[in-house]
Design a protein around this ligand. Structure first.
Ligand code: ZN
Length: 250
């Protein structure tokens, strides 16, 4: 009997504009916790007064900037995290003309670090910071410099410099969403990985897919399992790497 990895390799071989849609599970294999999982930070009591979701919100950044940046540096930044086998497999697929785009809910920037060129980050990126007043951009490491503690300020105008991520109460960047939807609408294959598809609006985006092969790779059940051609219950990074190895060694 053909294994699911073989089937995935065959689907990829048949694809020229596949899209990968990834969630937190993509980064857990790089040591970054899934914020929303049962033992993730959103379900922990980290602070005596505030819940983590509250601390990752726009109003919290405005009202309690010191605590916001303290929380953000400690809990939302993973400086030593490196791309895993799954990120690298997606780079190979892009280079082979199989994968057209990566759409991700993650903010760690690991896809670009691995070498992917077309990446749509629905929730922004922790690697790019900017001044809330004048928009001047800063690299992530600016926020970590001693002189910028506890609150990083802009060298041009003195405004607060914040991470370029979508916080609670903030809308997704419409331009990014439109590009992601265009890629998904035009895709011949959609691989959804490392997400249980519960977080909207990102999760609703897969409804735009009209292509041939829908593949779901996740450790637990997802909302779209019934619609999929192939469902693989396994870690996403390992699965992608095996399928791409199979494909390349044929
Ligand atoms: Zn500024």
């Amino acid at each position: 009997m053909e294994s699911k990895i073989d089937t995935l390799a065959k689907i990829l071989k048949d694809s020229t504009r596949a899209v990968f849609f990834g969630g937190a599970g993509m980064s857990t294999e790089s040591g970054i916790p899934d914020f929303r999982s049962a033992d993730g930070i959103y379900n922990q009591n980290l602070h005596r007064r505030f819940r983590p979701e509250e601390m990752a919100s726009h109003s919290f950044l405005v009202k309690h900037p010191e605590e916001f940046f303290d929380f953000y540096r400690q809990r939302m930044m993973f400086l030593s995290a490196a791309p895993n086998a799954g990120h690298k497999a997606l780079v190979r697929l892009e280079q082979q003309g199989i994968l057209a785009a990566v759409v991700t809910q993650n903010i760690d920037g690991l896809h670009q670090l691995a070498g992917s060129k077309i990446v749509y980050e629905l929730h922004g990126s922790s690697r790019h910071w900017h001044c809330m007043d004048c928009g001047k951009t800063y690299p992530m490491k600016y926020a970590l410099q001693e002189k910028n503690q506890p609150i990083p300020h802009c060298t041009e105008c003195g405004g607060v410099v914040r991470p370029g991520v979508v916080l609670y109460e903030e809308a997704l960047d419409d331009a990014v969403v439109q590009k992601a939807l265009r890629a998904i609408s035009a895709a011949d294959t959609l691989i959804v990985g490392g997400t249980s598809l519960v977080v909207y609006p990102a999760a609703g985006m897969i409804d735009y897919f009209r292509g041939k092969h829908l593949v779901l790779i996740n450790k637990t059940e997802t909302k779209a399992d019934a619609q999929a051609e192939l469902v693989i219950r396994a870690p996403i990074g390992k699965t992608l790497a095996e399928a791409v190895d199979r494909l390349m060694n044929e």
